[in-house]
Design a binder for this molecule. Structure first.
Ligand code: WTA
Length: 695
């Protein structure tokens, strides 16, 4: 079937072929947690919000709650009010009675010559307690304080997070691949006075000196007015100094040495209100400054436990491997909190997927007998490109596979299903966001058929709607796209933007709020900033961001953040960042800059721009191209027309440019970027077509 819609400013046309259904294999259905269609009845709208009791009952509460959902101060919802619990206790202590000898984590170092290390729940318990003692007694930290953790994928990262959770310290983990500057800015915003680092880690065959970032972070945070008093440094290898950056006496401390004074320490888990914040996770939005998404303890933990159980289908005997980084929300929810709350065995891999070759993930899966695998479309595309036949060389068997973070095109989906999954595994394509805590749209793996490229129906207890720009509902089956919103609150939704309640309301609720005075949740739909289309069968297809965010390899980067990095280069006069389609990473940033008068070294300036982006944000934001242009296309009021630059970078129609202040520049830039000859125009993906539309 071909769906064709009419193009308007707010309702973009969508053209695609509906894919065939693929049904879950019988052996999966027979063992699935969510195999009873009656569950859907329990989660019907008339049972909202009480239906979420089922998720909360997966946890151990110190005190049971009296009110499931408090809507008295919209959109600041409160979940499981009156309840008290500790997240670390739920993820560690409560499993000891039965499962103390079970592997909580199996750590796989990047180098295949380094042995795999297993950490049992008992060992995790001991290490988390000792670490918590350092935080409490050496650093003087207590419930409500913030700690910024800038670490790679090693065991000490979840240990540090759980130690914080044990005490009610709000952790803010910054992705290890972000620069020291990025970590410092986030530390300052969160008001951290302690940062936790690792000295070094292995990535793509190289040893990265990570401690070097700590010094930059501390400097950056101090410049923002937030002094960092202590930097705790884990050594990647016991007793060895792998970093060339000297320790600063009185500020930097090796954890290994501090822990000597806290051997055998036990720290009682602090009983916290369900609404006590568990962590902050900074993410990009429409303005330059990343926002700290603040997640609560009770609702979040209940939601990730429930969704990990039903959609990841994690059973006690499974070996679960989520190849994401803990530094992103996927790692928080579906490596650390969800799986550990269920007492799962988790694989933690330090390195990049195709090191030393594209067979690596499948060797790990074979050796550890992984049966649940979780990754992103970018990783799948990369592994497919570098080793299309590798999976069949290995004797692993997946029962279940997840894809998350970006839309997956049907061709990539089919390789995942046929080759990686050997046609024996179910796939869940899970759509959600840092803000949402857990999955919002996904098939129920044993109950719903899969459809390549479609995330699927809403998750249990989630009631989405697609609105046009005017707040009119776009019904299913029309082929018209709009803005996907969630009509109701759910336990995993963030509490607020750290220290910025106004931004929380403005960003997520103002657009479609029906009555700002109302205390009825029905008047407060959550605006996700993604475009989507609803097919006649009730499956949602996610089209990508509708704001200034570029999704690079499943990671959110704000174009405004990248532009401010460009503007730190003294030679640069103006900068504009737009998304450009990339075969592997989905989208990448393309940078357009004009130089200050008198600057002649364009090549040098371009190099400075790339270096600035890598320093201020990290290598992840490295642009696909930098174009030094004489001027940027502008409206008569002087606004940069990013939409036109996005069209040029993606060989799309630039549309009518005659009303610009400088229309002639468009053709000049086009020739510079696309070359002299005629080019075949592309239609371009929806998110790129909508890019800059809001300006
Ligand atoms: C995109 C990652 C299509 C989307 C969990 C969203 C997806 C942004 C999917 C959030 C999916 C995430 N299909 N697009 N299955 N999952 N996205 O905050 O644009 O890092 O808004 O959370 O990723 O990215 P974030």
């Amino acid at each position: 079937m071909t769906l064709v819609g009419k193009t308007q400013a707010s309702e973009i046309a969508v053209h695609w072929r509906e894919e065939e259904y693929v049904h879950p294999p019988a052996h999966f259905v027979a063992q699935a947690h969510l195999a009873d269609p009656a569950v859907a009845d329990r989660f019907r709208e008339e049972n909202f919000p009480e239906c979420f009791r089922e998720y909360a009952d997966l946890l151990t509460w110190d005190q049971y709650w009296h009110t499931t959902l408090d809507t008295s101060h919209p959109p600041f919802w409160k979940w499981f009010v009156g309840g008290r619990l500790n997240a670390c206790y739920n993820c560690v202590d409560r499993h000891l009675a039965r499962d103390k000898n079970k592997a909580a984590f199996i750590f796989v170092p990047e180098a295949e010559t380094e042995p795999i290390h297993t950490l049992t729940y008992q060992e995790l318990y001991v290490r988390v307690n000792e670490t918590a003692a350092v935080l409490r007694d050496f650093c003087g930290l207590k419930a409500g304080d913030r700690v910024t953790i800038h670490m790679p994928m090693i065991l000490e990262l979840p240990i540090a997070m759980l130690a914080c959770a044990r005490l009610g310290i709000v952790h803010s983990v910054v992705f290890g691949g972000f620069s020291g500057e990025a970590a410092g800015l986030r530390a300052a915003d969160s008001g951290s006075r302690v940062m936790i680092y690792a000295d070094a880690y292995h990535r793509n065959g190289k040893l990265i000196d990570h401690k070097a970032s700590a010094d930059i972070a501390v400097r950056t945070s101090a410049a923002e007015g937030q002094p960092i008093e202590k930097v705790l440094v884990w050594r990647r290898r016991d007793g060895e100094d792998l970093s060339n950056t000297p320790m600063v006496p009185g500020r930097d401390f090796y954890m290994e040495e501090l822990l000597k004074s806290y051997r055998r320490a036990r720290v009682a888990p602090v009983s916290l209100e369900a609404e006590h914040p568990l962590f902050l996770m900074y993410t990009s939005g429409t303005t330059g400054k990343p926002k700290g998404c603040q997640h609560r303890t009770g609702g979040y933990l209940a939601y990730v436990a429930g969704t990990a159980r039903y959609y990841q289908d994690i059973h006690p005997e499974d070996v679960y491997w989520c190849m994401a980084d803990i530094g992103w929300i996927t790692g928080h929810s579906y490596i650390v909190y969800g799986p550990l709350a269920l007492g799962a065995t988790n694989v933690l891999y330090e390195g990049v997927p195709n090191y030393p070759d594209a067979g690596r993930p499948w060797r790990i899966a074979e050796q550890l007998d992984v049966n649940i695998f979780h990754t992103s479309p970018t990783a799948i595309r990369m592994l497919r490109k570098s080793g299309p036949d590798e999976p069949q060389k290995y004797r692993y068997r997946f029962k279940h596979m997840t894809t998350v973070g970006e839309p997956i095109e049907p061709e990539t989906w089919r390789w995942y299903h046929d080759v990686v999954g050997k046609r024996e595994a179910v796939i869940v394509d899970t759509w959600w966001q840092t803000e949402t805590g857990g999955f919002l749209i996904t098939t129920r793996p044993a109950l719903d058929a899969m459809k390549a490229g479609s995330a699927g129906p809403p998750a249990l207890g989630i009631f989405p709607v697609i609105y046009d720009e005017d707040g009119k509902e776009i019904p299913g089956g029309t082929g018209r796209a709009g803005n996907i919103c969630i009509r109701n609150p759910w336990p995993g939704i963030m509490q607020t933007v750290w220290k910025d309640d106004d931004r929380f309301v403005r960003q997520y609720y103002s657009k479609y709020c029906k009555d700002p005075k109302s205390r009825d949740w029905r008047d407060w739909p959550y605006f996700a900033a993604d475009g989507a289309v609803l097919a006649p069968d009730g499956y949602y297809r996610i089209l990508g961001r509708v704001d200034d965010v570029i999704n690079v390899a499943g990671h959110r980067l704000g174009t405004k953040e990248i532009e401010s990095a460009c503007l730190t280069v003294p030679q640069v006069a103006e900068a504009a960042v737009v998304p450009v389609v990339d075969e592997i990473k989905g989208r990448m940033p393309a940078i357009y800059v004009s130089l200050k008068p008198g600057v002649t070294d364009a090549k040098g300036a371009a190099e400075h721009v790339v270096a600035a982006v890598e320093t201020m944000i990290g290598k992840i934001a490295r642009p696909k191209s930098v174009h030094i242009v004489p001027d940027l296309p502008k409206t008569r009021s002087g606004k940069i027309m990013r939409r036109i630059l996005a069209a040029i970078s993606n060989r799309m129609d630039t549309g009518d440019v005659t009303t610009l202040a400088n229309p002639e520049i468009v053709e000049q830039i086009r020739r510079q970027v696309q070359g002299e000859g005629p080019v075949e125009l592309q239609e371009g993906p929806e998110d790129v077509r909508r890019f800059g539309e809001q300006e």
